[in-house]
Design a protein around this ligand. Structure first.
Ligand code: GLU
Length: 468
C-alpha cells in the first residue's frame, strides 16, 4: 500500500433515522483519521430519491453534530454526481471492462430460470458479442466480471476474504433509464474523494469484492477495507427496536451525553486493554482500525450507564443545567428566570447517582417547584404543633445564618438539635418534606443550598402558615 495521507469517510443513506451502528462506524472513521492526521469526510448516499427527503438528510447531520464528529470538508451528495458516474461507465466501456446488454425483460427472465436450473449465475449473451446496436434499443451497461479465479479482499478486520469470481454475475453499472448502479457510484465517489480506507459495516463485505473489481478495471489504487462487525443487542440478536433503542436520537432522548456515547461506542468492537473510561484524546492516540475485533459487539446497558454517569459527574454544571431545562421544557414545564441558577446549584449536589440526564432532571424537580408547595398528606401529618413550633424556632435561626453552604448549614442543624435537646430525627423528616414537597431531594443542608436562602425560608414559612 502506498503512503497516501489517510482519508476516511462515513457514507450514510438517509433513511429517516441514524442507526447507532452508523454512529459507531462514523466514530471509527473519525478516530482513525484523527489518529493518522488524515481527513474524515462525509458522503450522503441519497440516490433513493423517495427516502432521501430533506428531513432524512437533516437527521444524519444532526446526529453527526450531536455526536461531535465533524467532517473536514463539506458533505458530498451522491445523487448530484450521476453525470460523473456515467462518465466512468463510458470509460469502462471504452476500456472493454463493460459492455452494453440488450437483453429484453423476457430474455432475462428465461436466462434467470436457466441459470437457476444449472446452478450458475446469470450470463448475458452480449458479453462476448462485439455488436453495438446503438441507442435505439433499450440497453443496460454491465460490468465484464472475470469468470475464473478468485477476488480477494484483504480486510483489516476480517482478514483475507476470498470470493469466487464465477459466483459474481455481470453487475449492471447503468440501468436502462441511465441511472448509475450503487456499487459503481460508491467506487467512483470513494476514488474522487481520495478515500484510502473504507471502514464500514460488515453487511457491505460482499460489495467489497465487486467494488474491488471496478477499482481494478479503472486502474485505480484500491483503498484498504475494514468491515466492522454489527452491534448486537444484549441477548446476542441483531439490534432492533425491542432492545430499547437503536437510533442515535433515541440515546439523546434517553439522556445519554455525546461524550459518553463516543467513549462507549469506541469500546464496541475495539478497546484499549481494560480501560473503560478514556478521553477523546486518548482514544485518538490509541485507536487503530487493525485492532478492531471481528466478533459482533453486544450493547451493554449497565456499562453504558456507568460511563454516562461518569461523564455526568464530570460535566460543566452550566451545560448540564441547560440540558436539564430542555428536558423539563420537553415535559411541558417551562422554567422561570432564575431557575438556571437553581439548577446550577442543585446539579452538583444530586448528580452522583444519575445514570442519565433524565434521572438528573428528576432529581432537580424538588428545587424548581413553585411556591407554595403542595405538601403530601404524610408531610402534613408530621407537622404536629410541637414540630411546627420547633420549625418556627429553626426558621429564625436559619434566617440569621451567616453562611449558606453545606458545611455551615450542617453545623447549624446540629447546633439547633443540641439546643433543643432532641435528635435530628425529631424534626428532620418534617423539614425535608417542607423543603421538597415530597420529591426526592438531597440531604437537608444540600436541599437548602439548592433552594437558596430566600426560597428555603419561604418554603418553611409557607408550611408554617398552612392551616390544618
Ligand atoms: N450507504 C451505505 C450504508 O448506509 C454505506 C456504504 C459504504 O459505506 O460503502 O449502509
Amino acid at each position: 500500500m502506498s503512503q497516501r495521507p489517510v482519508v476516511t469517510r462515513i457514507a450514510p443513506s438517509p433513511t429517516g433515522m441514524m442507526h447507532i451502528g452508523t454512529a459507531r462506524t462514523a466514530l471509527f472513521n473519525w478516530l482513525y483519521a484523527r489518529h493518522t492526521g488524515g481527513k474524515f469526510l462525509i458522503r450522503v448516499e441519497d440516490t433513493d430519491r423517495e427516502r432521501s427527503t430533506e428531513e432524512a438528510v437533516k437527521v444524519i447531520f444532526d446526529g453527526m453534530a450531536w455526536l461531535g464528529l465533524e467532517a473536514d470538508e463539506p458533505p458530498v451528495f451522491q445523487a448530484q454526481r450521476a453525470d460523473r458516474h456515467r462518465e466512468v461507465v463510458a470509460e469502462l466501456l471504452a476500456r472493454g471492462a463493460a459492455y452494453r446488454c440488450y437483453m429484453t425483460v423476457e430474455e432475462l427472465a428465461a436466462e434467470r430460470e436457466l441459470a437457476r436450473a444449472e446452478g450458475r449465475v446469470v450470463r448475458s449473451p452480449w458479453r462476448d458479442q462485439a455488436a453495438d446496436l446503438g441507442d435505439n434499443r433499450p440497453f443496460v451497461v454491465r460490468f465484464r466480471s472475470p469468470q475464473e479465479g478468485d477476488t480477494v479482499v484483504r480486510d483489516l478486520v476480517k482478514g483475507e476474504v476470498r470470493f469466487q469470481n464465477r459466483q459474481l454475475d455481470d453487475l449492471i453499472l447503468l440501468r436502462s433509464d441511465g441511472s448509475p448502479n450503487y456499487n459503481l457510484a460508491v467506487v467512483v465517489d470513494d476514488h474522487d474523494m481520495g478515500v484510502t480506507h473504507v471502514i464500514r459495516g460488515d453487511d457491505h463485505l460482499n460489495n467489497a469484492a465487486r467494488q474491488s473489481l471496478i477499482w481494478q478495471a479503472m486502474g485505480w489504487e484500491l483503498p484498504a477495507f475494514a468491515h466492522l462487525p454489527l452491534i448486537h443487542g444484549p441477548d446476542g440478536a441483531k439490534l432492533s427496536k425491542r432492545h430499547g433503542a437503536q437510533a442515535v436520537s433515541e440515546f439523546d432522548d434517553m439522556g445519554y451525553l455525546p461524550e459518553a456515547m463516543r467513549n462507549y461506542l469506541a469500546r464496541l468492537g475495539w478497546g484499549h486493554g481494560d480501560d473503560e473510561i478514556f478521553s477523546d484524546a486518548q482514544a485518538i492516540q490509541w485507536f487503530d482500525v487493525a485492532d478492531v475485533v471481528s466478533a459482533p459487539a453486544r450493547l451493554d446497558w449497565a456499562k453504558l450507564n456507568h460511563i454516562n454517569n461518569h461523564y455526568i459527574r464530570q460535566a460543566d454544571a452550566g451545560r448540564l443545567a441547560k440540558l436539564t431545562a430542555d428536558i423539563h421544557a420537553g415535559r411541558g414545564w417551562a422554567l422561570r428566570p432564575g431557575d438556571d441558577e437553581v439548577l446550577q446549584r442543585t446539579i452538583p449536589l444530586v448528580r452522583d447517582g444519575a445514570k442519565t440526564m433524565l434521572e438528573l432532571a428528576d432529581a432537580t424537580v424538588f428545587a424548581l417547584k413553585p411556591r407554595p408547595l403542595e405538601l403530601p398528606e404524610k408531610a402534613l401529618a408530621q407537622l404536629t404543633e410541637e414540630t411546627r413550633q420547633r420549625l418556627a424556632r429553626l426558621r429564625e435561626r436559619l434566617a440569621a445564618a451567616a453562611s449558606w453552604d453545606v458545611p455551615g448549614l450542617e453545623a447549624e442543624l446540629r447546633d439547633f438539635a443540641e439546643a433543643e435537646g432532641v435528635g435530628l430525627g425529631k424534626f428532620g423528616p418534617a423539614l425535608r418534606a417542607v423543603l421538597s414537597g415530597g420529591s426526592p431531594a438531597p440531604d437537608l443542608a444540600g436541599a437548602m443550598v439548592s433552594l437558596g436562602h430566600e426560597e428555603a425560608i419561604g418554603r418553611i414559612d409557607d408550611a408554617l402558615s398552612q392551616v390544618r
